[in-house]
Structure formats: C-alpha cells, structure tokens
Ligand binder design. Structure first.
Ligand code: MGD
Ligand code: MGD
Ligand code: SF4
Ligand code: MO
Length: 740
C-alpha cells in the first residue's frame, strides 16, 4: 500500500493549526502537528488528531437525501436539485422572497467555499429573513466595532506574544483554543507571557483551566462585565491615569466619556458584580502601569444581554490606557486577502444598524441579519411574510440556539427545507433535501475569516488531501443560488464562478487602470485549480502583500503559497489607525449614539440586587466542538462530559450528590442531567456544556446517539437578547435546580 504525508490546516476551530497527515492508501493513519507551520509550530489538540476519523466516519453523508413519506432516501444529485427547485419555487410563488429564510452555521467561516459562495446565494434568495450563528456568538463584537471604527470586522486582537498584562473576560482558551484570537498553542503562549514576567488575570464565574493557570482569577457574577469594566475606567479618570496617547487626535467624543462613567462607582459596581472594590481599583492601576497591556473579552461577554456594551467597554479600556493599536496592546490584523491599508482614514457612510425590522417582534437588523432567537416566531406567526421554507448551510440551530425545543417544533411545520450539511442530524432531519458536501480533507484550505484575527499576519494554504467525485461545496451553493434566482436546477454553476471572478477583477481593473482581460488571463494562469482557488488567487494578488498580478515578482499568490507549504509569516501586527477607520467622521467614535442610548439600561441594572436562586452558564471542553463532532468515538470516549456543575455547598443545600440526576428548569423548558460537584463554579451558578442532546428521532449519528447528553438550549430563553445586536443571552439564565 502506498504511504504518503500531506500537510493540511485544521478547520475544526479558530486556532487553525498546521497538521501533518500520514496516509496509507486512502486512509489517514496518523495526525501530528506540523512542526514547521509558521503560526502553530507543531501544536495540535485532540480534535485535530480526529480529523481523519471525521473524513472516514461512515455516518458522514456522501449522497444527497430526499425525504419521502418521512424517510430520507439517497438520490442522484440532479434529482435532488430538481426537488429543491420545486420546493423553493412553490414557496416563492405563494409567499414571495421573505417566505424563504436562511440560517448559516459556524463552519461556513472555516470553509473557503462558504466564504466565497454564500454571498451570491444570499443575493439570489433576496430575503430579509437572514439568520446565522453570529447572533448566538459574536454579533455584539461586530456591532461595537462597526460603531466605533466604522468596520464591523475590525477586531482588536490582544498582541499576545508582546504584551505584559492580559485581562481576559469570558473566554477559556485552554478549552476553546481561542476565539476572535487566532493564536494556536494558547497554553504555550499564555505560559510564555507569564515566563517573561507578564501577568494574566481571568474574569469568569468559573475557575476554568485557563483561570487555574492565571496569576489571578476573579469570579464575577454572570452578566456584569460592562459594570466592572466601566468601574475600572472611572477609577482611571479619578486617579488621572487616563492616557490615550497617539490616538487622541483620532478620537471623537472622548470628552463625553467621563460623564457617562459617573454612576459606575466602586460601591455600586462591587455590590452588583461580586468583585471587591479594592480589586477593581488595583486592576485599574495595574492596567495603567503595565508598559503594554490588553483587555480581551470573548463569548461569555458577548452572549449576554449587555453584549454590545461589553464589547465597547473592552475597546474603551484599551483606548483609555493607551493600548489600542499599540505594540503589545490590542492590535488589528491585516488579512492578506484584503487590500493594502491606506495611510489615512477613509471616511465612509459609517456603520448602520436597524435599517429594517423583523416582522413579528420588530427586531432591528444587524449586518442584514435578524436574531436567530426570532426564527421560530417568524415561522409560527401567520400573515404576509411568514417564513414557510428554510435553507440551512452548515448549521445545527436545533441544538445551538435558544429555546431550541420551540424551534425544533417550528421546523417540523415548514412547507420546505433544504440543508447543505455533512450529517443527518437534529436539524437536518427536518430537511426535505440534504445536500452533503465534501469532507474538510477533500477541499482546499485558506482562511478568509480568521486571517482577520491572527496574532501574526500570515497566510497558509493547503490543497485538498483526497479527491472526491462529490460536487464542491462552492458548486452546491452556486446551484442553489441559480435555483433561488430563477435560473433553474439545470443552469451551469460556472456562470456564478465567472460572475464572482469578474466582479473581483473588475474592481481591481477600475482601481488600478489595468486591462481586465490581462488580469483574467493572469489568474487563469492559476491553472487547473478549482474555481475557489482561482478566486483566492485573485484576492491574494490584489491584496496587501500581493504580487499585483505580476507587478511584484516576490509578492503573494496561490503559487507562492504552494511553494511555502508551512505558510508565510508577514510578521507581528502593526499599528493601523487611522488607515483602518471607516466611520463617517473618519475618527474613532468613542461614544457612538446607539451605545450612549443603551447605557441607561446598564445604569438601571446597577441597582438590581444579584438574582435570588441559580443562574446557568455554558462551558466548552477540549474534545468537543459545538454540536457536531460527537459522532467520533475518540472524542466521546470516557466519562460523561454532559454534566451539571454545581458548587459543593449548593449541592448540599439542594440534596444533590455526585452522579445523581438533577432537574433544571427555566422559563422555557427543563432537562434532567447527571450532577458533577465542583467548587470550580461560584455559588449560585450552575453550568452545562452546549451542543449535546443527540437523542432525537430520525438522526443518523450512530456514535453520538449513544452518548446523547442533554441540550442546554432547551433552557436558554429566546426572549432575552442584547437589543443592539440581537445576540441571544445564553449565559446568566435564571433556573430552578432540584433533585430529579
Ligand atoms: N473545544 C472546543 N473549542 C471550541 C468550541 C467548542 O465548542 N469546543 N467552539 C468554538 C467556537 S464556535 C467559539 S465561538 C469559541 C468560543 O471560545 P471562548 O470564548 O473561549 O468560549 P468558552 O470556552 O465557552 O469560554 C467562555 C467562558 O465564559 C464564561 N462566562 C459565562 N458567562 C460569563 C459572564 O457573564 N462573564 C464572564 N466574564 N464570563 C462568563 C464561561 O464560564 C466560560 O468559561 O470556541 C471555539 N472553540
Ligand atoms: N448554550 C449555548 N449555546 C451556544 C453556545 C454557547 O456557548 N452556549 N455557543 C454558540 C456558538 S459560539 C456557536 S458558533 C453556535 C454554533 O451553532 P451552529 O453553527 O448552528 O452549530 P454547529 O454545532 O457548529 O453545527 C454545524 C453544522 O454544520 C455541519 N458542518 C460541519 N462542517 C461543515 C461543512 O464544511 N460544510 C457544511 N455544509 N456543513 C458542515 C455539521 O454537520 C453541523 O450540522 O452555537 C452557539 N450555541
Ligand atoms: S486547536 Fe485543535 S481543533 Fe483547533 S485547529 Fe488546532 S488541532 Fe484543530
Ligand atoms: Mo462560535
């Protein structure tokens, strides 16, 4: 049998580790970290070692399925697309464009096809009913960045390898491997921070593995991070420690900040968030005194009802301490596929929110999306514009989104549903048609999404490891776009490829005065590569480090990346303001209008006494990845991980002991789950992981069904949202806990 090795970037989480696969015949027999990868240097986690198991998983779908008489049957591709054409066509005809909703799940951002072909699909669908995993995740970050910098994808990433002080809130990278912070080997990088004398402070209601390795852990009450951060800011003003530095001349409304901080006194905030006043003062002084410091907030601060205020407060503190856009502070990556950064701000139209509203509850759109928490009501509520069909791409909202039992019921009432997915799972079991896509190892890799969150500017590309006769995901999405646009199931997907490439090159031709045909033949020179790779080539060559289509021989292109299989490092992050700014004013909007209007809600919350009873928070663990990797034996072996964490004293009061079952009930639902007693959670807080609950009928998940666990999102409440971003509050959910 032939043996070979292949290099490949792992697409299973945001760390994007370089892997070295050993392949015998058609099987992956061993996975190691690629020691020479420019970003990950050999690091990998247990999920990465299971990437071959995912590829070989017998339950992973290889042929389209069509549901007939309640049963999913394999069909040929052309037939599947014809059923989609009929199904979508009928709903469009009866109910118009908005009657077809779309839900985009998380793996789209780990996939080059998703990054390139979702846009034409959305355009062709022409529906206002767009939903995605972003509103159970990072939408508050987009909104805050949009309002402050004019660009919703401007993420200030902690300059991890050069900072002296990291204040981390609501993130647990020892389990998650980092998020909106692409820095493979978080354990090593955090260890190095402390080795060089730096300090790590973790703010989390739980003593997580990350907190255990920190210099200090502050067990804050869920949902009170903005209070805490603004109290720190107030101390900075009181003690005259504010020093915005170089950015002062690029700020608008900076003078207004001190006034809005007035209510966030040490007494009020410490009583509300459970962090002592002296500690808040000390952290403020430490942040100001550290030569280089960064504040970083992630999902625990995003998936709460003050999500956007939290995200704003994080960047505000970075700004007030002079650490925003400074080496060793919080800096903005420069993705290789985006254009070079100008020297000066490009004042634009600014970022707009709420340009239209959802039909039933009037939720404002954010980034053209409505909150996924509102998807069920849009399906259930009759009237003009009612959602009667759904397209899902790489999503499992039945497990991932709040009040999921209700959504599960609602999906069962649709007239038509089509899912582009690898599995027949809790969500896709409702689909009339499931269109399976090639496995991660059967497609080329480049990260469009995470290049914008990397701790070093870099580019890595890997070609497909295995060939497949399945259509590419880009082709599937293109065919769906053609169907949605009325061109029918038989239209050629190549027309979509051509449209995308011409759109890209047309822009370059216009900006540079180059001849379009010359540019076309330059990327055609990217050879027989798949269309998404030709598109990528166009983007990279026009991008910040690009070869300018032959103008700079040593510049970046797909070919250059093929010659550098371990990736190309463009160095540490560099200051980017003012060139990054796209606000109307061309300045950093330090106190954007919508933020100022939302602040009274936070002030009112200060007066609230901490909740009686229990609140529920979420957790992740290293061998899990949201809802969809529990079908791999390696990742579900050993003790049950879907357990309720309860503090020992709370457990004693409730009469719960280790291994017994507890009943957890919220306003919307209840679950029964085994108890794990641990003082890692603070009193009054209980914790469940998300992504479990694989015991629903009709799924094809042999392994996961046998390790079903319970779905924590049967408890999370779709009615509690961050009003600015529409993000669901998945943490701090009031619950009752009792012995089952
Ligand atoms: N192993 C693994 N890795 C993953 C994933 C996975 O499912 N498993 N998912 C991936 C995805 S999609 C994402 S978005 C990232 C997320 O990556 P992270 O943002 O690091 O997410 P978590 O590990 O869930 O850590 C969130 C922490 O917030 C805490 N928390 C809850 N409520 C609050 C609060 O109100 N305030 C504060 N300060 N903390 C709070 C929780 O206790 C938890 O420890 O991980 C990615 N990586
Ligand atoms: N309570 C609670 N709920 C949470 C969270 C939490 O912390 N607590 N975290 C939230 C977060 S951060 C996120 S990102 C969401 C995730 O929410 P979703 O994106 O809805 O869910 P995933 O579990 O990521 O499901 C991914 C789906 O995509 C399929 N898939 C995998 N790879 C591919 C691919 O390459 N192509 C296609 N077409 N399909 C693919 C899988 O089979 C699966 O059906 O969950 C959220 N839900
Ligand atoms: S940390 Fe694990 S899952 Fe994430 S990219 Fe690396 S190997 Fe893959
Ligand atoms: Mo996420």
């Amino acid at each position: 049998m032939s043996t070979r090795t292949a290099l490949r970037i792992c697409t299973l989480c945001e760390a994007t580790c370089g892997l070295e696969l050993e392949i015998e015949g058609e099987r992956v027999v061993r996975v190691r970290g690629d020691q020479q990868d420019v970003l990950s240097g050999g690091y990998l986690c247990p999920k990465g070692t299971a990437i071959g198991d995912l590829h070989h998983d017998p339950d992973r779908l290889r042929k389209p399925l069509v549901k007939r008489n309640g049963v999913h049957e394999e069909v040929e591709w052309d037939e599947a697309f014809r059923v989609v054409e009929e199904g979508l066509g009928a709903v469009h005809e009866a109910g118009g464009r908005d009657a077809v909703a779309v839900y985009l799940g998380n793996p789209n951002v780990h996939n080059l096809s998703g990054g390139l072909y979702i846009r034409p699909l959305l355009r062709a669908l022409g529906t206002k009913n767009q939903f995605s995993a972003s509103t159970v995740d990072q939408m508050p970050r987009h909104v805050a960045s949009g309002l402050m910098f004019g660009s919703p994808t401007a993420f200030a990433v902690p300059d991890l390898d050069r900072t002296d002080y990291l204040l981390m809130l609501g993130a647990n990278p020892l389990e998650s491997n980092g998020s909106l912070l692409t820095a493979p080997d978080m354990p090593g990088r955090l260890r190095d921070l402390r080795k060089r004398g730096g300090r790590l402070v973790v703010v989390d209601p739980r003593r997580t593995r990350t907190a255990e390795r920190a210099d200090e852990h502050l067990a804050i009450l869920p949902g009170t991070d903005a209070h805490f951060l603004l109290a720190i800011a107030r101390v900075l003003y009181e003690e005259e420690l504010v020093d915005v530095g170089r950015l002062a001349e690029h700020c608008a409304e900076l003078d207004a900040i001190r006034g809005v901080l007035e209510p966030f006194t040490l007494d009020a905030v410490s009583a509300r968030c459970g962090v002592p006043a002296e500690t808040i003062t000390r952290i403020a002084r430490e942040l100001a005194a550290a030569p280089r410091a960064a504040v970083y907030g992630r999902i625990g601060t995003n998936t709460v009802s003050f999500g956007t205020l939290n995200a704003w407060a994080v960047d505000l503190l970075n700004l007030l301490t002079g650490n925003l856009d400074r080496v060793g502070g919080a800096m903005f990556p420069l993705p290789p596929h985006s254009g070079p950064r100008p020297e000066q701000a490009k004042p634009g139209r600014g970022f707009q929110l709420g340009r239209w509203k959802s039909r039933v509850s009037g939720h404002p759109e954010a980034l053209s999306e409505f909150p996924v928490a509102a998807l069920a009501e849009e399906i259930e509520t009759e009237g003009e514009g009612q959602v009667r069909a759904l397209v899902t791409v790489a999503g499992n909202p039945v497990l991932s989104t709040p009040d999921s039992e209700r959504l599960d019921r609602a999906l069962g009432t649709l007239d038509f549903m089509v899912s582009v997915d690898l599995y027949l799972n809790e969500t896709t079991r409702h689909a009339d048609v499931i269109l399976p896509t090639p496995s991660p190892l059967e497609r080329p890799y480049y990260s469009l999404a995470f290049s914008g969150a990397m701790v070093r500017n870099s580019a890595r590309y890997s070609p497909a490891v295995f060939e497949t006769d399945m259509p590419r995901e880009g082709e599937i999405l293109a065919r769906l776009a053609l169907i949605a646009g009325g061109q029918g199931a038989d239209a050629s997907p190549e027309s979509v490829d051509a449209l995308l490439l011409d759109g890209l090159l047309g822009g370059v031709a216009e900006a540079t005065g180059r001849d379009l045909d010359e540019l076309r033949s330059a990327v055609a020179g990217a050879g027989k590569r798949p269309p998404e790779v030709r598109l990528l080539d166009g983007l990279l060559r026009a991008g910040a480090y690009g070869d300018g289509f032959g103008e700079r021989a040593e510049g970046l292109s797909v070919e250059a990346l093929e010659r550098a299989p371990h990736g190309i490092d463009f160095g540490p992050l560099e200051p980017s303001i003012p060139g990054l700014l796209r606000t109307k004013s061309g300045r950093i909007e330090v106190l954007p209008g919508p933020i100022a209007e939302d602040l009274p809600r936070l002030v009112a919350d200060l007066e609230r006494s901490p909740a009686e009873g229990f609140v529920l928070v979420s957790r992740r663990d290293l061998r899990s990845n949201n809802s969809w990797m529990h079908n791999l034996p390696k990742l579900v072996s050993g003790a049950d991980r879907c357990t309720l964490h309860v503090h020992p004293e709370d457990a004693a009061e409730l009469g719960l002991s280790e291994g017994t079952r507890a009943r957890v009930a919220s306003r919307v639902g209840d679950v029964e789950v085994p108890v794990e007693i641990t003082d890692a959670v603070r009193r009054g807080v209980v914790c469940l992981p998300h992504g479990w609950g694989h015991d629903l009928p009709g799924v094809r998940l042999g392994v996961a069904s046998a390790h079903a666990g319970v779905n924590t999102n049967r408890l999370t409440d779709g009615a509690v949202l961050d009003p600015l971003s529409g993000n669901a509050a998945l943490n701090g959910i009031p619950v009752e806990v009792s012995a089952a």
